[in-house]
Design a protein around this ligand. Sequence first.
Ligand SMILES: NC(=O)c1ccc[n+]([C@@H]2O[C@H](COP(=O)([O-])OP(=O)(O)OC[C@H]3O[C@@H](n4cnc5c(N)ncnc54)[C@H](OP(=O)(O)O)[C@@H]3O)[C@@H](O)[C@H]2O)c1
Length: 251
Amino acid sequence: MSVFITGASSGFGRELAKRYAVDGHVVGVLARRADELKTLCDEITASGGESRSYVGDVTDVDFVKQSILSFEEDCNGIDIMIANAGMADSVFARDYSTEKVAQIINVNLMGVVGAIAAVLPGMISRCRGQVVGISSLAGFITSPGSGPYGASKAAMTLLLDSLRPDAAQYGIFVTTICPGFVKTPMTDRNAFSMPFLMPLERGVDRIYMAIKKKKRFYVFPKRLYAIICLFRLLPRAWQDRLSTGRPYIKR
Ligand SMILES: NC(=O)c1ccc[n+]([C@@H]2O[C@H](COP(=O)([O-])OP(=O)(O)OC[C@H]3O[C@@H](n4cnc5c(N)ncnc54)[C@H](OP(=O)(O)O)[C@@H]3O)[C@@H](O)[C@H]2O)c1
């Protein structure tokens, strides 16, 4: 079996790559940091596993396509493709810029689109495969500064959920995963409080099992998702007030 993972140089991607390698899968890992990928591949080799690394940017459509095609040829197809690469950044009203927003959307959404577009033809021709996207609970809730990140993840969730019934006719399964807060280098940079923050190992356990069980849509932790669902039932004025801690004043 073969698994291709984008964004495997740290966090979820790195841990998932190690688990799949231990399970006997050949793992293709893609990210920009060559040193981190080399260390990961050395660890995989030392544990008796097999890997290939692809150093580059997910926003480079040709690079992603060539990497996926090369891995596919090496392994006689890709069984699971995990679109995991992503970045988080806050963009507030005072420093709102097209470039900042476009960067987040390009990495988190177009990076996923590029990987899906590259992997689908092979999966369709073999009539099997699983496409997994690591989206986020951030795609269900608004808060100041989080708009571009949340929008990229909301769009990603819709993209995957819409692909699922269509791809199923070719024997391809689509899994959308929406984690809450898990301790990784990404969340280590957050200065705000993160309810129900989970250790990386526990978060990766959940993702791994959701993929294995071929869940269509998997959110965790459930308690945070329940709170977000309740929040979304509130009138917009209450949502604004709760997310900023101050009433919205009409001028
Ligand atoms: N941690 C959480 O609480 C949480 C919650 C919900 C969703 N997520 C999502 O989970 C995914 C993984 O995040 P993480 O928490 O594991 O963070 P992380 O440790 O920062 O990992 C992000 C990965 O994405 C790669 N990446 C970023 N920009 C890239 C680019 N332009 N081209 C190629 N690779 C790129 C990084 O590699 P390089 O820098 O080497 O390129 C790194 O391997 C992300 O999509 C994130 O949005 C995380």
